[in-house]
Ligand binder design. Structure first.
Ligand code: F6P
Length: 353
């Protein structure tokens, strides 16, 4: 079997670990040739395909390396029009691919599913995102690393907030899901955690910080980039024309600073963590999870269980139809145990109790 591997969407710690595991598992099996497609679906959209053979040596020594050795793109859209789809089909034929392992988020799953329907190219999916927002997958690799990075940032911010008696806002990634803000906020002992799923009341946040001004004299606010003040929309950083997912969020931490400053005595500052959360080496947990995902994707390929995406449920690796995952997002239920617990231990969630 000739198997293509591609990474699509934003990068994420652990992608190389998946590429390594899927390649080694397929080669170990003995009847597969593996090709790495460059820059996600973009590598199949040009006049000629862009791909490199993946062998044992080529994927050795990359387990711990951040980013993706294959490159990625979060603006390539193979479903853009009929001509692009026809070109993708020709390139798949030129590479003589039997199946593509698509490693990506809900957007990549949706593109892979669409390409499969339109061209007949078989696909197997592997979920990746630091946002942990892929439907039917309790934990995607990359999330643990991003939580660790954001947590460390929160702890560092705390010492300077404490010294200057400031209110420090730390904005995390996460798009429309607050998993990253929630777990990093809890692990980093934030005083206020604001999630996209729970619209916040600026007055309630200010009241919490004022109460702390009288005691600890500093506060840490962890806010997910998709969070919204009650009655307001999301803060959009930019629209990327032609991208399958054109809206890029960012900047809500600055908006909140301007809203809070007139209501507080302390100085308010904002730090946007940005791509620091996506880069760098995966944690040991993510290295192992990514390896399990890659290994299971190879098993799905060998069993010809096409159209399925690897999932994690509890401690168990399993799979689900890609169609169920495409363009669906797994958000934080407002009554999630971690949300309730946060409230019970005195964290302000931005709304009146
Ligand atoms: O989906 C992962 C993610 O990191 C989001 O949390 C964030 O909104 C987005 O990617 C940013 O992507 P980029 O800056 O690469 O356009």
């Amino acid at each position: 079997m000739r198997v293509g591997v591609l990474t699509g969407g934003g990068d994420c710690p652990g992608l190389n670990a998946v590429i390594r595991a899927v390649t080694k598992s397929l080669i170990h099996h003995g009847r597969c040739e593996v090709l790495g497609i460059l820059d996600g679906f973009e590598g199949l959209m040009g006049e000629a395909p862009r791909a490199v053979p993946l062998d044992w040596e080529r994927v050795s020594g990359i387990l711990h390396v951040g980013g993706t050795m294959l490159g990625t793109s979060n603006s390539a859209n193979p479903l853009r029009d009929a001509a692009t789809l026809a070109q993708v089909a020709r390139n798949v034929q030129a590479l003589a691919l039997d199946v593509v392992v698509a490693i990506g988020g809900d957007g990549t799953m949706s593109l892979a599913h669409g390409v499969a329907e339109a061209t007949g190219l078989q696909c197997v999916g592997v979920p990746k995102t630091i946002d942990n927002d892929i439907a039917h997958c309790e934990r995607s690799f990359g999330f643990d690393t991003a939580v660790a990075t954001a947590t460390e940032a929160l702890r560092r911010i705390e010492s300077t907030a404490n010294s200057h008696h400031r209110v420090m806002i730390v904005e995390t990634m996460g798009r429309h899901a607050g998993w990253l803000a929630l777990e990093a906020g809890l692990a980093g002992a934030a005083d206020v955690i604001l999630l996209p799923e729970i619209d916040h009341d600026v007055q309630a946040v200010a009241a919490h910080c004022r109460a702390r001004e009288a005691r600890q004299r500093y506060s840490i606010i962890c806010i997910g980039e998709g969070a919204k003040a009650r009655g307001a929309g999301e803060t959009v950083r930019e629209q990327v024309a032609g991208s399958p997912d054109p809206v890029r969020l960012g900047g809500v931490g600055h908006v909140l600073r301007l809203q809070l400053q007139p209501l507080l005595n302390s100085e308010v500052r904002t730090t946007v963590l940005g791509h620091v959360q996506r880069g760098g080496e995966p944690t040991p947990f993510d290295r192992v999870l990514a390896t399990r995902f890659g290994h299971h994707a190879a098993e799905l390929v060998l069993a010809r269980r096409f159209g399925e995406m690897v999932t994690l449920s509890g401690a168990r690796i399993s799979s689900v139809a890609m169609a169920c995952v495409a363009n669906v997002q797994r958000t934080v239920p407002p009554d999630h145990e971690l949300v309730t617990m946060a409230r019970d231990i005195g964290v302000c969630l931005g709304n009146a109790p």
